[in-house]
Design a binder for this molecule. Structure first.
Ligand code: NAD
Length: 434
């Protein structure tokens, strides 16, 4: 039987694992991206994503080697594809409203090249109402075809996390919103080959609400943990011990507090939901966003107070920020909480940024050698719990630094051990030594 021809539009964190996986499951895949650099990298079997992505480098290379996966920057290559997946970025604008510029351009390309019988599946995260209000009309207008009658339409929002892309995509349950039963069934037939997880079918708008609510829920949970961390600090308690004990109570699942929330999804998906639902006047979701956005500034307050206690000002100090990506062991720096911290500390006598996965950040060259980054520093601020940092012993840290002052945004160190090593230490949620 001839292999089914499919296409993936948008070769990023979502599109690349999908394209590689489809190629490994017997589909003939064409990846299309507006970025020529991205398309040629994927087309040559080289993974253009930074950070550790177990199994993906090999899967991508294998798909290209056996000729099952090709990539191009030309939208014309979408012609003749039975199924077209849309995986482009869907950010928010400065007013926190959905920015549909990439989505609209991608839909234009799809509409021009689709034909009777095509199934279009949008995997990008969408503000509820977008499939019905934006995607369907754009495809119908651009193609002259009628959704449901001439082509199928589904929304299967992706749930992956950088660092675990392949594992997530092959094991997680998927929610599949379809315009009609036929679209749902066709989409299910494909996803049943991709994941061991269950497939849950619903309508287009419910699928959009589910995805944005998943991320808004997580953001609210993290904001709650952050609020408990701020309270614990003031009361001289350790929020991580509080969390451990809270979670001994049945039906409790307190999240981890920390130096802030970043990435492409969590800082914007709650706004996609809140904006779409503004008629309901949502209050909790925007407040949670504000709490999480304030955490990098809390880290800066901790740094100021720690330096102040040593009689130093930021302007006179050598400061090292450790971790610039938004997530441990990932090179994804989108909306990283380290950004406001680094920007504010540019007034330091000397500012160094260390990250094992990034080359530059906020206009600064990133130091990759941990020892060089810490040598002679007055203040070290840990923003991300990269594996390399977890191996650092307080004694070694003390020897490397000049004024051993450490702010811990990710519960990497134990306050007691840092004190024993002679390090001035403050951490998000750690009030036990104040
Ligand atoms: N990153 C994640 O972990 C994650 C997880 C779940 C869902 N999502 C959602 O999936 C979508 C994609 O996210 P991502 O992280 O893969 O984004 P990304 O920025 O990594 O990739 C998007 C790609 O689309 C390309 N693109 C933009 N416009 C295009 C067009 N008109 N035609 C062809 N290519 C185009 C870009 O060049 C880019 O390479 C977003 O809606 C996001 O919210 C992301």
């Amino acid at each position: 039987m001839a292999q089914e021809k499919v296409a993936v539009v948008g070769l990023g964190y979502v599109g690349i694992p999908l394209a590689a996986l489809l190629a490994s499951k017997g589909y003939e895949v064409m990846g299309v991206d507006v970025s020529e650099e991205r398309a040629s990298s994927v087309g040559e079997g080289r993974l253009p994503l930074k950070g550790d992505e177990p199994g993906l480098t090999e899967l991508l290379a294998k798909g290209v080697r056996k000729g099952a996966l090709k990539a191009s920057s030309s939208a014309g290559m979408l012609g003749g594809r039975k199924v077209i997946f849309v995986c482009v970025d869907t950010p928010i604008d400065a007013d926190r409203r959905p920015d549909h510029s990439s989505l609209r351009k991608a839909l234009e390309s799809v509409a021009k090249n689709m034909s009777r019988g095509t199934l279009v599946i949008v995997e990008s995260t969408l503000a509820p109402g977008t499939m019905v209000g934006v995607v369907r009309p754009a495809l119908e207008r651009g193609s002259g075809l009628k959704a449901g009658k001439d082509f199928g339409l589904a929304h299967c929002p992706e749930r992956v996390m950088p660092g675990r892309l392949l594992k997530n995509i092959t094991t997680y349950d998927r929610v599949i919103g379809g315009l009609d039963l036929r679209s749902q069934q066709r989409a299910c037939a494909i996803y049943s080959k991709l994941t061991k997880g269950k497939l849950h079918t619903t309508d287009l708008t419910t699928a959009e609400i589910v995805k944005t609510a998943e991320n808004a829920y997580r953001d609210v949970q993290i904001a709650f943990a952050n609020e408990v961390a701020l309270i614990s600090e003031k009361l001289g308690a350790d929020a991580f011990e509080v969390r451990r004990l809270v979670n001994t109570c049945p039906f409790r699942d307190m999240h981890l507090p920390g130096a802030g929330v970043g990435g492409h999804c969590l800082p914007k998906d709650p706004w996609l939901l809140a904006t779409a639902g503004k008629a309901a006047n949502p209050k909790l979701i925007p407040i949670a966003r504000a709490v999480n956005d304030s955490m990098p500034f809390h880290v800066l307050d901790l740094a100021d107070s720690l330096l102040g206690a040593s009689g130093l000002k930021v302007e006179d100090a050598v400061v090292t920020v450790l971790g610039a990506s938004f997530l441990q062991d990932s090179g994804d720096a989108r909306n990283s909480p380290s950004l406001p911290v680094v920007e504010s500390l540019k007034r330091a006598k000397e500012l160094r940024v260390h990250d094992p996965f990034l080359g530059d950040f906020a206009g600064l060259k990133v130091q990759k050698d941990l020892k060089k980054a810490l040598a002679g520093a007055d203040l070290a601020i840990f923003m991300v719990s990269h594996k390399e940092y977890l191996k650092l012993a307080p004694g070694a840290l003390k020897k490397m630094m000049k004024t051993p002052a450490v702010v811990d945004g990710r519960n990497i160190f134990e306050a007691r051990k840092m004190a024993k090593a002679g390090i001035d230490y403050r951490g998000v949620g750690k009030g036990s030594l104040q």
